[in-house]
Design a binder for this molecule. Sequence first.
Ligand SMILES: Nc1ncnc2c1ncn2[C@@H]1O[C@H](COP(=O)(O)OP(=O)(O)OP(=O)(O)O)[C@@H](O)[C@H]1O
Length: 232
Amino acid sequence: MAKRVPVLTASKVKKAFGPVTIVENFSLDVFPGEAIALTGRNGVGKSTILRMLIGATIPDEGTVEFEGIRMSETNPEIRRGVATVIDDLDFFPDLSVVEHLDLLARAHGVPDPDAAVDAVLDEVQLVPQSGQLPGTLSSGQRRRLALATAFVRPRKLLILDEPEQRLDVEGVAWLAARLVAERERGLAIVMASHEPYLVQQVATRTVKLVGPRRPTVDAEPEAEPAEAEVAP
Ligand SMILES: Nc1ncnc2c1ncn2[C@@H]1O[C@H](COP(=O)(O)OP(=O)(O)OP(=O)(O)O)[C@@H](O)[C@H]1O
């Protein structure tokens, strides 16, 4: 049988802010079709880990690789493969909803960008708002636009920080179904979440962070028996 190759590998990653160590000895392999949920209390380090996974924060120690390449936010090959929803504040203020999605689809060489944009607009229920500027959207609509930017472009790995934020109940149900569909077609997902429904529906593995020194693998509801990639 062919050896499974991880999409994303974090090895013994450490991050401190001043004298405070937030993440220490964190390791994770993420394979195609896997969805990893990072859970744990406020401030435990979930966003810090996600930011290191996408190359936005440089670890003090350890390495992060995407398909064997050292993770970097600016590497074009990595930018093509990794879609992120870390926050929804960095929209261009003068580009409408549809213009944002159109720009992304074309920049990533989506074959039929008009059709792709129409489909994702419909899916996130922003057709009526497609001509509006991001600053005029409701907070939940801005989150939907942020999610749409990830779904309108090619991707192998999705990194999501609390993607459920500000979505209504139907929105969370839609997101769960969408993420299940993503992993079922072979994408890898790493998300931080405080939404038990989303974690339960989507995650093949849950990594509960309990502090800088003792991250633990909590559950592996759907995954094949896996080694604990998260170091004790
Ligand atoms: N740039 C920074 N400088 C100093 N401290 C930071 C910095 N970024 C994060 N921290 C601290 O690191 C800790 C972890 O923050 P992080 O945002 O990773 O937590 P989190 O688990 O995502 O929390 P939440 O569930 O509230 O989103 C917090 O105590 C935070 O104050």
